[in-house]
Design a protein around this ligand. Sequence first.
Ligand code: 13P
Length: 244
Amino acid sequence: MAGNWKMYKTPAETKAFFDGFLPLVAESKHCEVAICPPFVNIPTAVEATRGTRVGVGAQNLYWKNEGAFTGEISGPMIKATGAEWVIIGHSERRQYFGETDATVLDRTKAALAAGLRPIVCVGERLEEREASQTEAVLAEQFNGGIAGLDAESFAKIVIAYEPVWAIGTGKTATPDMAADAHRAIRALVTAKFGAEAGAAVRILYGGSVKPDNVKNLMAQPEIDGALVGGASLEAGSFASIVNF
Ligand code: 13P
């Protein structure tokens, strides 16, 4: 269960979140939990979660380790903060910041080289779903991106299926729709990396996951977890999702 805070919260607000959140998930041992705050809040989050089961992640990274790349942050820098995870290829990065499947692959390789655990996002836009292109888009994103990993590297990533039309809109994919997409992604993984990899890969659903819909989503065997935006910003609401 991962929270993507996007561009929300200051360090002080981050500290306040964990003061509220950690007691609510202290007994939650059924899943891995991670919060991915903006870069500047990572040290505060790492400090707050030290000795707990809650991990911390970044929301992006650049694929070079260092250099004259004003405004960018590298994998080794993130790793050095004590963060463990990194979200890659979120649709907002694809839509507003020119992220492509090729750069998703570059970032994923860089994350793994730095010892980070990538959560790689895929998902179709509304017009693509309406044109019955969902599976074709997922195949394109997979084949142009993370299919370029070697099998050993692929085994270390988590995939997040986030239909763009469900993000921040309150329109959740139905559990059946999400499960269909997850099955399509799993089939792509199986075709490329074999049956064992297909069975093992964890696929999170993201897009308007809330305390009141998480249980039905998680009832689908195909859905291994959730990547949560808005509902991860408040301690009580994200704890309810973790403890679905
Ligand atoms: P919402 O949960 O706010 O729809 O955001 C989903 C998301 O983009 C998580 O990465």
